[in-house]
Every structure is written in structure tokens, then in C-alpha cells.
Design a binder for this molecule. Structure first.
Ligand code: ZN
Ligand code: ZN
Length: 402
């Protein structure tokens, strides 16, 4: 089978893959295809297990917290209700979307694509399912939430007694199943089961699809010269439309939001009637002074270094797309940006967990502040910037230089 690499646009003849083999692009080293044994059964098993563990983590106690004889218990569902009733509906919606709705939708869509219904679906409808899956999957924050739970427990351990409930352990099992499920989902094998890929003849392997006036369908990967994909009927483009200007605009917006996100307080701790407002940076300084060095370093890297690095790296990629000096290195950098985008969300979840858990009236209460909403929006803008960047433009100028 001949496929076009999504990262460098070169046509590669993959041939027949053996079990447990995966194909890597020889030009840019991006992952092309994989072939896992009994993939469908594993997909079904992991999606059903994820759903079961997710539902069993919602209502039982997640963490309990006690200090000076007062105790507070939190389940994930309580946290959502508390956030929406007492503080911010936007924060509650973001929380419920990432920890509940997103995994639910992914599991159901995977079950549909694995059923006999999938091959009988009209390609128009199948396209919407595949599109939804590809948009939602990168927004998986379940594993980040788990890291945030661990960071919050370390933060609270010094001045309160904490214990993990059944909800927490069910959630840990859910994250393991769900992360495994996401690594198994493969858009091209999914479409092969819907409709077989066909090859427009003649094709020159090792050359880019663009040089042969071929467009790669953004949904199913089919190569075509037509304005609509003949396999899934999606509109086709040589490159993502307005990729540089859109990536630039999203990143510029994120840089503007970075100012209030870092200057405004993200939370307020009320300890015996006394208010202490903390910004991202002052929170890190307090943790460092308390001796929680590893946590302070994690938050510093995730909340301050990664967003700045991402902005610098994206501007470098936009520059590199014009100059085309080292497209291989630039492609690697892009894959890195794609992978680490969501890690900056740790601090947002830490604040959500602390707010939901630490509610002991005037003795000790944590309240969210507006800074955290700016921060979460800033991270989302950066993820959108990376998403709207088309890595194939990094290689386009190389062809004309040669
Ligand atoms: Zn490639
Ligand atoms: Zn298509």
C-alpha cells in the first residue's frame, strides 16, 4: 500500500506489515502505520474497561482530607457540582468535559467503529465520526489530571491527613485502560474497514504528493487530485488552509493572555480568616521555600518554561518553513510540541482539586481566582496554534531548492 506521510508529504510504499510491526517514514521518522494482533478485540476490551472504571470512579469518595478534627470528602461528581454552584461555570464545564464527556465520547465512537454498523455506514456519516474522534483525541487530559492529583496530595500532605478512596483507585485503572486505548486507535486501519483505499495511478514513491498534484484527505488519508475525497467525500486541500497565519494568530493570542495569566492570582487560601492570594510564580516560590523541590520544579517547568518554549518553538517553525534549512529537525520539534502541549494544564487541575477538596469554612478554604481562567485559555490557544500548523510546509521549499 502506498501512503503519503502526514508530516513530510512524501509517498512511501509500506508493503504488507507483519503482526506487531509499525512503519516509520524514512524521510522524517514520523509514524505511518501499525499492525497489532487482534487490534479490534483489544480496542473493544479497553473501551469497555475504560467506561466501567470511569463510571465507578465518579460517585465513591476520591480523596478525603482532615485537619484539626474537621474533615472533608470529595468525589469527582461533588467537585463538578461545587465548582459550578460556588465558583465558575466555565471552570466546571472545562473540568467535566475533560474528565467525563471526552473519554465517554471516545469510548462510544471506538465501539461504533468496531461494530458491524461501521462498514455499513454511509461514508458521509462515517466521516463525521472519524472527524470527531480525531478532534477529541488530542484533548485527552485524563493522565494529566492524575499527575495533578499526585501534585495536590504532596502539597496538602504537610498540613493535613489525606487518604485515597475507591474513586481514586478506579480512576487510576481508568487512566491505564484509556491511555492504552488511545495508542491503539489508528485512523488508517479504521478507514480500511469502512472502505478500502485505492491508488490513483501512476504514483512516484519518494516524491511528495504535492509535486504529483495529489492532495491527501485530512480525514481518511486517501490520495486524490479532486476537490472532494472520493472515499469519504471530505473537502480536500494541498495544505491546511491559511496554516501560517492561523498558527501565528493563535500563538500571538496566547502570548497576550500569558500576561494576565501570570500577573493575576490563580487562587486564594483563607487560613483562619486570613487571605493569601497566589500567582503561578509565587505558588512555586512558596513550595520551594517549604522544601517541596520536585513539585516546585514540575510546576515551574509545566506552567512557565513549557508555554514560553512552545511560543518560541512555533515562531522558529514558522521561520524555518520560509528558510527550510533543516526540515528534519523542525519536524522532530513539531512532534515534540504536539506531545507536550497538554502538560501545562497540570496547574489548572491542581487548583480545581484544591478548591474542591479544601472547604473547611474559615479554618481553611481555597478559592479559585480569575488568573486560572486566563491560564487555561492561554494553554488552549497554544494547543490550537500547534494544531493549525501544517508540518508539511516545512518540506515544501526544500523541493524547489533542490
Ligand atoms: Zn515523513
Ligand atoms: Zn477522505
Amino acid at each position: 500500500m502506498i501512503v503519503a506521510c502526514k508530516h513530510c508529504d512524501k509517498l512511501i510504499n509500506v508493503g504488507q506489515l507483519g503482526l506487531q510491526q509499525r512503519a516509520i517514514c524514512p524521510v522524517c521518522h514520523a509514524h505511518l502505520l501499525n499492525c497489532k494482533s487482534e487490534q479490534q478485540q483489544w480496542l473493544n476490551a479497553f473501551s469497555i474497561a475504560s467506561l466501567l472504571f470511569l463510571f465507578s470512579s465518579l460517585y465513591p469518595p476520591f480523596i478525603s482530607f482532615s485537619q484539626r478534627g474537621l474533615s472533608q470528602q470529595m468525589s469527582l461528581w461533588d467537585a463538578v457540582i461545587l465548582l459550578s454552584e460556588k465558583y465558575s461555570t466555565a471552570l466546571a464545564l472545562m473540568f467535566i468535559f475533560t474528565i467525563l464527556i471526552m473519554p465517554l465520547v471516545v469510548c462510544f465512537l471506538v465501539l461504533i467503529t468496531n461494530s458491524t454498523l461501521w462498514s455499513r455506514l454511509n461514508p458521509h456519516n462515517a466521516r463525521w465520526i472519524a472527524k470527531a474522534l480525531s478532534y477529541i483525541m488530542p484533548l485527552n487530559l485524563a493522565d494529566i489530571f492524575l499527575v495533578a492529583v499526585l501534585v495536590s496530595t504532596f502539597k496538602l500532605m504537610s498540613y493535613a491527613e489525606l487518604s485515597m478512596g475507591y474513586g481514586f483507585w478506579a480512576y487510576v485503572l481508568f487512566v491505564f485502560c484509556f491511555v492504552e486505548l488511545l495508542t491503539l486507535i489508528d485512523a488508517s486501519t479504521l478507514w480500511q474497514r469502512q472502505q478500502k483505499q485505492f491508488e490513483p495511478k501512476p504514483l512516484l514513491c519518494g516524491q511528495s504528493a504535492l509535486s504529483q498534484s495529489l492532495k491527501q484527505c485530512g480525514v481518511c488519508g486517501q490520495l486524490t487530485s479532486q476537490s472532494h475525497c472520493p472515499r469519504c467525500y471530505a473537502k480536500t486541500f494541498f495544505r491546511k488552509p491559511h496554516t501560517t497565519s492561523r498558527a501565528f494568530a493563535w500563538m500571538l493570542t496566547s502570548l497576550v493572555l500569558m500576561v494576565p495569566a501570570n500577573m493575576l492570582p490563580i487562587m486564594n487560601t483563607i487560613n483562619l480568616g486570613q487571605n493569601t492570594f497566589a500567582t503561578i510564580f509565587s505558588g512555586i516560590v512558596i513550595m520551594w521555600q517549604d522544601g517541596s523541590y520536585p513539585i516546585a520544579i514540575i510546576i515551574f517547568v509545566a506552567s512557565i518554561c513549557i508555554p514560553l518554549f512552545k511560543a518560541g518553538a512555533l515562531f522558529y517553525l514558522l521561520f524555518e518553513a520560509q528558510m527550510c534549512k533543516n526540515p528534519k529537525r523542525a519536524s522532530q520539534l513539531y512532534r515534540w510540541l504536539e506531545w507536550m502541549g497538554k502538560w501545562s494544564m497540570i496547574d489548572v487541575f491542581v487548583v480545581i482539586i484544591l478548591v474542591s477538596l479544601v472547604q473547611l469554612g474559615s479554618v481553611l478554604t481555597v478559592e479559585p481566582q480569575i488568573g486560572i481562567v486566563f491560564f487555561a485559555t492561554m494553554v488552549l490557544c497554544q494547543m490550537m496554534a500547534v494544531h493549525s500548523f501544517d508540518p508539511r510546509i516545512l518540506w515544501d521549499k526544500l523541493k524547489t531548492n533542490e
